[in-house]
Design a protein around this ligand. Structure first.
Ligand code: TXA
Ligand code: MG
Length: 325
């Protein structure tokens, strides 16, 4: 991508506009985090409720002192190990962070992404960039520029196309204002890796009520009804309008069925995470009646993948209206 394109994107951010940009996790919908009006446009474009706070993206740790009141030794350790990367940390915020960004909380979520385009954009714009995932609220997360276009189309001023996101799952979120630090969202950084650095991390039970304001029990939903099988439950026989998302080798009855995807034929969870939203988008675009999904093991990235699948399936169990489909 040419320098001019990124310079233009940075100018749009500085003028209070919206730029969708790639990160290693998912595409973000970015605005100048210090400009309330620009941030308000994010909520409008995503149809996101104002009670759901945003992640602020920075390019280097120097920016932390403007945005945060206290960075604990434990947080410093996590930063040294995992930034830039798919880890978001919650800190006490300073007054320059607008209430809209943090939904009125006295804490702010921050991360340094590990994607050259994201970092270049933040550096050129020379301001922290608030960015949620660049999808409509409650829907599938975007892992390619075309996903952003499908959902947000004209409501963003520019989409920086960086190809497919390498990780494909949102960042892991940790609250560092608590000791021991609390995991608020499972994500691209596996818990096992975190625990090797900070031993006292508490794991939130997937079945508990989530404590992250934005972690609603229903989320990440395709338009097509999604049913998550129980462990050891078998897929129903294929019939027209039925799609399958499996893991590992294809079940014999699905070998000749076209509307099936395996997240990873070899049972590799990293590969499965990178494929998750891409395949859900693909199956969703086929306009099937139903998508059956096989559960994954709850180890490593499996926990984060299952978190997304459980929430997607809940959307249909509860018959909750999550807005336009
Ligand atoms: O990988 C990612 O994290 C992507 C990329 C673009 O960086 N962003 C992302 O943002 O997933 P979003 O808005 O879809 O999810 C952010 C989550 C929400 O569930 C929100 O509630 C939580 O972060 N969050 C933000 N600020 C918070 C705070 N102060 N306290 C607790 N949770 C917070
Ligand atoms: Mg999101």
């Amino acid at each position: 991508m040419g320098n001019d394109t990124i310079a233009l994107a940075a100018r749009i951010i500085n003028q209070g506009g919206l730029v969708a940009f790639p990160t290693e996790t998912v595409y973000g919908l970015g605005a100048n985090a210090l400009n309330q009006l620009a941030v308000a446009k994010i909520f409008e474009a995503k149809k996101r409720p104002f009670f759901d706070p945003l992640i602020v993206h920075i390019a280097d740790t120097h920016s932390l002192k403007d945005l945060t009141v206290n960075v604990s030794p434990m947080a410093t350790k996590l930063i040294q190990h995992f930034w830039p990367g798919p880890l978001t940390l919650i800190f006490k915020k300073t007054n320059i962070v607008p209430d809209l960004v943090t939904a009125g909380f006295d804490t702010v979520a921050i991360r340094i992404p590990k994607h050259p385009l994201a970092l270049e954009l933040i550096r050129k714009a020379n301001c922290p960039i608030a960015a949620p995932s660049a999808n409509l609220f409650g829907h599938l997360s975007p892992t390619q520029a075309s996903h952003v276009k499908k959902y947000l189309g004209d409501s963003v001023d520019m989409i920086l196309d960086g190809g497919k996101c390498s990780k494909g799952l949102e960042s892991t979120i940790i609250d560092t204002t608590q000791d021991p630090p609390l995991i608020l969202r499972h994500g691209s950084l596996p818990i096992e890796e975190l625990q090797a650095v900070v031993h006292t991390v508490q794991i939130q039970d997937l079945k508990e009520r989530p404590v992250t304001p934005g972690s609603l029990p229903t989320h990440y939903a395709p338009r097509t009804k999604l049913v998550l099988l129980k462990e050891h439950e078998h897929f129903p026989m294929p019939e027209p309008g039925t799609g399958y998302l499996t893991y590992g080798a294809l079940e014999p009855m699905l070998k000749n069925w076209k509307d099936v995807r395996s997240l990873s034929m070899s049972g590799n969870l990293v590969e499965a995470a990178a494929n998750l939203f891409n395949y859900l988008h693909e199956l969703d675009d086929l306009k099937l009646n139903i998508i059956y999904v096989k559960p994954l093991p709850l180890t490593g990235l499996g926990s984060a993948i299952m978190d997304r699948l459980v929430k997607a399936a809940n959307t249909f169990n509860n018959d909750r209206d999550i807005g336009p489909r």
